[in-house]
Design a protein around this ligand. Sequence first.
Ligand code: FAD
Length: 475
Amino acid sequence: MSVEASLPVPGTRRSWWLQEALASEGSATEAPPLAGDVSADVAVIGGGYTGMWAAYFLTERLPGARIVLLEEDICGGGPSGRNGGFVHGWWESVPYLVGQYGEEAALAIAREADEVVDGIGAWCTLHDVDAWYVKSGYARVNAFPDEADDWDGTVARLAELGEHGQLLPMDATAVQRICASPAFGSGLWMPGAASIQPARLARGLRRVLLERGVTIHETTRARSLSGDGPLRIPTAGGTVTAEHAVLAINAWASGWPGFRSRVLAWGSYMVVTEPIPDRLAEIGWTGDELLSDSRFTISYFRTTRDGRIAFGAGVGAAGFDGRIGRTFTHDEHAVARVVANFRHLLPMLADVRFEDAWGGPIDITGHRFPEIGSSHGGRVHFAHGFAGNGAGPSRLAGRILAALVDGGNDPVARLPFVGRRQPFLPPEPFRFVGARIVRGALIREDDALDAGRRPSWLVRGLARLPALLGYKLGR
Ligand SMILES: Cc1cc2nc3c(=O)[nH]c(=O)nc-3n(C[C@H](O)[C@H](O)[C@H](O)COP(=O)(O)OP(=O)(O)OC[C@H]3O[C@@H](n4cnc5c(N)ncnc54)[C@H](O)[C@@H]3O)c2cc1C
């Protein structure tokens, strides 16, 4: 039987990360579903990083506040327990931020976002959470044989702004020293990035919140959020009435009233190999460094503590009309594509087997940047739109959300992007059809560049269509 004939089937169990984290935590404190009506000072909807960081910072800012967190699965059951574990801030977004808010504001935002890396490390130490945190650095590599790097402009822009060391160009020899692959050319080094076991961070946050007196109801779905006076959040087992609510539902925002017109859910899938520590040593990949390629449907890959490679790619499909269903968890074609990307980028590991595969939705906005703000007269506070880069920035979002609940009188809540909405996306079914066409074109363009071919004019045109319409999507 060939190695590829035995690919793991996604959607049959929790992510490898979450299985590992749940096994390591033993018998965790229960967080039973809501049964009956309760009132709270703050209700948090969503038990991923964003909701849990918001709850954590609320316990810091408002000690004694009654905080109730509702999660329709278990805490960390969503993308926060399934992601690649790449933790970094927004240095690569600085050119975009300069265009939106000017140089000074862009740097203020990027510096605040940079806190998340050391902040997560220090938080893990403080709370004795072993999330496999290593400040290992992150290399983006150019794996297209005939394409020039596309990041020189970003490096130059940062240097002009006085931030020389955040992103550093690497020649091909330096890339090979991190991980020797014939597919890799030159690269871009982000020294300030860290790797984590993502589900261990999520489960660690859950433990700390319970210790701090936050009430968590798992398997409890918030059906809606309304109220002119106190907010009402009905669930199957009872209603939460609260003065403030934090809505931290990530890709599920694509189906939530008020947000559905600005958020698109897109699938990202991962696989994990069998343990191969000796093979990693042979190719020199022993420093926990994070790696990704420069495809639009980015492949991202890193090692684990027990010598595996966890490898993902944003090759899933777009969702339809805000439904977060099996497209994001059961797509075997997406897994096959992730594996094909693995074989292409790491051809010397052609015989390595995969032990697990899983997927999840990522939340894309028109500018691929989060929207964080308040609605309902300043009583509902929301954050989503991390575009597959929320492992670190969700901590900043949590700080902002807690500050907004606390009246917003804090520099972090006054960062210029707070309160700025993202552009409207086309309505359904045009959005779904358009996303399918553009995704197909992007994959075909990436495939052609991988093979050293020039993509057809039609493929190139379709891949650039969103940009022509003013979106920061596509090429
Ligand atoms: C495969 C994959 C790989 C990724 N890799 C990386 C990476 O390496 N680095 C990075 O920075 N980012 C990565 N991301 C993105 C990252 O996981 C997210 O940006 C981050 O987890 C967002 O956290 P969150 O709390 O906002 O969302 P989530 O973790 O999605 O949490 C939202 C929670 O809300 C719950 N929920 C939704 N609706 C309701 C409701 N009505 N009632 C109650 N609960 C509800 C959901 O069940 C979910 O648990 C990846 C994502 C995926 C899918």
